[in-house]
Design a protein around this ligand. Sequence first.
Ligand code: FES
Length: 105
Amino acid sequence: MADFVKLATIHDLPDGGMRAVEHHGRRIALFRVGDTVYATDDICSHDYAELSDGFFDSDDCVVECPLHGSRFDVRTGRALTLPAFKPIDVFEVQRQGDDVLVRVG
Ligand code: FES
């Protein structure tokens, strides 16, 4: 099982915002809602688009793909609207003080 790795600090993420980081060539999107951070694949499951270039609705924890508009729940990875129907990967997140640790499997 993969270890947790530090991918950001909480100060790198504006509340209600998102950003992408790279880990071993894989793009991971981080989403902050208050003190909680969610981590998902940054690449849409429908085609190649970076979800971190889309729109994040922090009230509903939903990110909208910038290319064709599919919406994903960042807590579960579930595709909520077509054309995407496959989920995106989600990763476990831990906080250690200000550090945001993600288990990228
Ligand atoms: S690439 Fe994301 S919905 Fe098509």
